[in-house]
Structure formats: structure tokens, C-alpha cells
Design a protein around this ligand. Sequence first.
Ligand SMILES: [Zn+2]
Ligand SMILES: [Zn+2]
Length: 480
Amino acid sequence: MKTLYTNGNFITMTDQSIDWLLVENKMISDLGKGDRPVSDHIIDLEGKTLMPGFINAHMHPLPAGMEGTTIPLFECDTLEKVTDMIKRHVKTNDETFLLAEGYLSMLIDFDNKAFKIFNDISHDHPIAIKYITGHGMIVNQNVMDRLGLNHYFITGEKMSEANNLFSDQAVDGFIHKVSNEAVSKGFTTLHTLVHGELSDNRDVATWVAEEKDRQALKVQVLNFVQTMDVDLVMNYDLPRIGGCVCLDGTPIEGSAAFTEPYEDGHEAELYIKDSDLFEMVAKAHRNDMQCAFHAVGDKAVHQLIDCYQKVSDIYGKKDLRHRIEHVDLISDEKLRQAAELGLVFSVQPGIGYLYGKGFDKILGKEREKLLNSLRRYKEAGVTLAGGTDSPVTPLDALLGIHAAVHASSDLRKLSIKEALEMFTLGGAYAGHEEDLKGSLEIGKQADLVVLSDDPYEAESIKDISVEMTVVAGELVFKKE
Ligand SMILES: [Zn+2]
Ligand SMILES: [Zn+2]
């Protein structure tokens, strides 16, 4: 079938001016100005804007999927409200596993009596309540029996094991809820970071290995397995490794590693030794695998660039496009080096936009100014790929684009074109898919998004609505 899109405003990302576009067999088969070709089906865009679908270079599908299926207890301030809320789900929801989240205040006095009331909700369903901080969990007898636990309050290792029980629920939540949300926000491809977060190996097995069985999935995914184990990833036959494999933490928790101490005088340590990092990156590089690591503070970012440099010097430069996730701070010298090495910075402008206040107090005014200075990165010649780090920020490309355009300082601000590029061509490049995705060109996959307004002219980019999303020629979302 040949579908013709016409009577709209087209943003091709190649500066080509067109007024119609033809889709045939999943691909863009023709486009141009003037005379329209023959087609089986015409979609009248009614003046709306059509552009390449958005690519999200950084998101966590399983925690996002979990968030979609957990029972929100944030508003419950008594044990009774908590148990009522969970009971409703036990009745109305046929899912076997139930994970509830966000219950903190009452749990401080959670005693044996409270446990009995909680446990009596259901003896058949494994039920867990997570603390709002995510670092502790209350489980019912069913979970205790399955895991051989002798207490209902668990942390650390035991909590990972309990999380394991819920990984199918997370995959389900991603496939049936989050992926729908993604296409409703115009995403056509997600770089999905899996492993190392819900469980030991099980989430990779349920996620990566069964990928081809997941026909319900409307959005396309590119898996990044978050591990240092190169052999494991080779078994999955993936040409990339990493994601939020953390070289440091975050500034909010005081765990991002900076070359200068924090304002309160403390210093954060790097998580991985230079030699271990080198060994792993060298192995991946030798096997033609693209690498990605979470590096936030300049100490971690510089450690990673030095490692990529050393590997490239010894084993030769290859077009692998090794990535750095986040890159909150970097020196001018290392920025130049990153550009020369052809590294990709995978950035999430929505994080700073939503949570970026108060960093001057933690890091000092001068250093704060340089944080996430995307304009600097761009001018140095580094390719930027935009992401959302969901569930950290909402799955919303237009919010990320808005955030980059309206960032809080000139060093951070991108032009509208650059911001759009970051979430289209940038993501495609970061996934080695620029021949297939990221712009409207003949021979590329028909990944399209129709927007209510033109981002170049809209009053507020984040308030533009997504009207239609097409993945590989197939209409997967249409606004009611
Ligand atoms: Zn991260
Ligand atoms: Zn992340």
C-alpha cells in the first residue's frame, strides 16, 4: 500500500523543502514538491507538522514498566488506607504479583501487629511494599516463603531477589503501558537500558532473549545491557554494551565524582578502578562493541575519556561511537578530546529543567554555570543524543526539546533545530541507525510523528500535542 501524506508542514531535518511524502512497504519511497504521485491512501495533514519520529537515547524500560503497574501509596497516611488500596488491586487486578510503592510514614512504626493486618490481605499473592526511597521493602508471608526469608522487612540483596519476582510484571508494564505512552509522545525508537537494576540476570533473560516474541510492542527498541560482562552480551549477539553502568553517582546524593570537592568539603569516589574499566572497554572495543557508561561529575567523565583514548591508541580508532551518559561536567580540554575521539554524549535536558535548582549551593556558583552546558558541547563538535532517563523524567521528547531551548543559561541553550536534531538524528547516530532513521529521506524507514503545531513557531514547545505516530509505516497512535 502507498500512503501519501500531504497538505502539511514538513520538517525533514535535511533542510529540504517538500510538500508531500509517500510511504510504501515501511519505507519513505518518495517525497517532493508540486505534483503528487499516485497513492492508495491519502492522509490530509490539515496544516499540521510532520517530522521524523523521536528517538529516546536513554530510558530504563523495566523500572518505567514497574512504575506503570505498581500500586501508588503516596497519598496513604494510615495503615487502613494502605490495606484498602492494596485490597482493591487484589480484587480488581488479575496480575499474580503485586508491588506497591511509596509508603513511608506508617512503616516507621510497622510492627508485628501491622504486619498481620497487611499479611491478611492475601495469602495467595506475593505482595511487597517499597519504601519511598527505594532502599527498603516490606513483604508478605507469600514472598517470605518463596525466598526463604525469616523477616518481613528486607533491604539490599534480599530486596533484589524479591524484585526478581516482579520482573515479569515490569516487562508486562513496559509492553502494555509504557510503550503505548512512548508512541503517544511521538517516540518511534527507544534505547532501552536493561539489566542490573531489577534483579541479577533474570531481567536480561526475560527482556533481551524474548525480544522477538514481543509483538505487542509498538515502539522499536535498541537494547543496551547494563553490565561489565562482555561475554554475557556477546551471547545475546548485541553490538553494544552498557548504559547506566555507573562510574559515579549523582550530585543530589553527593555521590557524583568531581575533580574539586563539594561545597561542604566532601569528595566522592569513583566506583570503578581505571584498570578494570580499561580491561572491559578494551575487550568490548576489540569485539567491535559500542560502549556506554553513566558518568556525571568531571572526575568520572575524564576517567572515561582517558580510557576511551587509551583503548583507541592501542587497538585503533573505530567508528564505534562510544558513549558517555549524562556528562554533567567536563573541562574544555577533555571536551576537545571527546570530539576528536568521536564520542557521543547522551544527555537528558529534562532532568535539569525539572530538578536543576539548588546546585549552586552544593557545587558553588562557578561550577554550577558549567553543568550540562549543551551549547559548549555542541560547539566543540560532539554529537548529542537526547533522552529522558525515564522513569526519572516523563517519557516526553517535546519536554526535553523545550528544556534544551529554554535552558537557564546561554551556555546550556540550544537552538530549536539543534534540540530537534538531538531527539532525531542524534539518537539515530548514537544507535548506528542514521541510514535508517532520524530524518525524512527516501530510503529511510517511515518513522513519523505529526504534531499539532510547528516547533519553530509554537509559543510553548512542551505544550504541542502529538497527533499521530507512525512506526515503520504503521500507524501506532492517533490522538482521539
Ligand atoms: Zn545514569
Ligand atoms: Zn539512566
